[in-house]
Ligand binder design. Structure first.
Ligand code: PMP
Length: 350
């Protein structure tokens, strides 16, 4: 008999009666311990935000930003929600906003996966693609474009996850307490990425209140300005990176970097290998940003000299990246494949 089984009928009492809406499934995501990696003296846990109905951590902030805008009168019946997004915040906003009758207009940089764009359009969102290779201040930069569209559209609300206080608040009031309870109030470190900074700031604020020993650890892609800024205090020029949803070319108002105790800059190749390992070793299908978080978490764990309990995230589902990080040919084309895989692919091609 297997060690793992689907719950027998007598254990089914923990199942909930039918939900009224799929939106009631947002949050309360499970945590799994990773046991197949070398975690040194640490125990490493991963919270599966991929289990949210929109497949990412961003469902939480979509709910909170729309509720706050309605409460504050910034969003009225028949209004338009505009956002700049790597895709996931847009998915959350569309999922929450479209059934309420809002029009959703999203500006998405063109490096984001086809799966996310298809999912957005199928939900009924209007997607405007723009350049990934320009920075803040450029008319085609996704955030500048979204702000302009919102300013020119009557009845529009610019959700602006980068500065909207309802973003970190969602994590301070839901994600943080969930982690603390799931880890029995004993958490030494939380490893996060920064896209808007909502996760970092919300969790940092929550743990500062309930568990001052908990360290916030930043996982940042090489090319982003954040890890170098924390390490050297200097704002470098941004490079480019392939992982989606984390890494920045500026410091978003929602990112309180003073909360970060330790920062790691992770090369794309390492992120891609880590996320592939997460699937092949643990059976967890995660997006590319989760590879960056896992790599940083493993580095942090292996540096510890005393046992610690560390938690990180699967920020979104790997289903959104089947044509990218889970496609060996795409990885090889990007120069991100493992050396052996290069060899395999060359053999195939020859
Ligand atoms: N991972 C993914 C896949 C994302 O889309 C995002 C947000 N764009 C993040 C992580 C980062 O989270 P936050 O915006 O809270 O900093």
């Amino acid at each position: 008999m297997s060690e793992h089984e689907i719950a027998a009928p007598d254990a089914l009492s923990r199942l909930r009666p039918p939900y009224k809406s799929v939106l009631d499934l947002i949050g309360q995501t499970p945590v799994v311990e990773l046991t197949k990696f070398d975690t040194g003296k640490c125990r490493l846990f991963i919270k599966l935000e991929s289990q949210n109905p929109g497949g990412s951590i961003k469902d939480r902030i979509a709910l909170s930003m729309i509720a706050a805008a309605e409460r504050e009168g910034k969003l009225r019946r028949g209004g338009t929600i505009v956002e700049a997004t790597a895709g996931n915040t847009g998915l959350g906003l569309a999922q929450v906003g479209i059934p309420k009758g809002y029009r959703i207009v999203l500006v998405v940089p063109d490096k984001m996966s086809r799966e996310k764009i298809q999912h957005l359009r199928a939900l009924g969102a209007e997607v405007r693609m723009t350049r990934s290779d320009v920075g803040k201040g450029h008319a085609e930069y996704y955030q500048d474009m979204a702000e302009k569209i919102a300013a020119e559209t009557p009845g529009a609300f610019y959700a602006n996850q980068f500065a909207n206080p309802a973003n970190p608040l969602a994590h301070e009031t839901t994600t943080g307490p969930e982690i603390f309870s799931q880890l029995d109030g004993d958490v030494d470190a939380v490893v996060v990425g920064v896209g808007s900074g909502g996760t970092l700031t919300g969790l940092g604020r929550y743990f500062a209140k309930v568990s001052p020993k908990t360290e916030m650890v930043l996982a940042d892609p090489v090319g982003s300005v954040l890890a170098p800024l924390i390490k050297t205090g200097k704002m470098e020029e941004a490079g480019s990176w392939t992982v989606e949803g984390i890494g920045e070319d500026f410091v978003p108002p929602n990112a309180d970097l003073s909360l970060v105790k330790r920062a790691y800059a992770i090369p794309d190749k390492q992120s891609m290998l880590a996320v592939r390992d997460l699937l092949s070793k643990e059976g967890i299908l995660a997006g590319s940003s989760s590879g960056t978080l896992l790599s940083a978490a493993l580095r942090y764990c292996r540096e510890q000299t005393v046992p610690k309990r560390v938690v990180t995230f699967v920020c979104d589902s790997g289903n959104k990246y089947l044509s990218k990080v889970f496609d060996d040919f795409w990885l090889a084309e990007q120069g991100l494949a493992e050396q052996e895989q290069h060899g395999d692919l060359r053999d195939l091609v020859m």
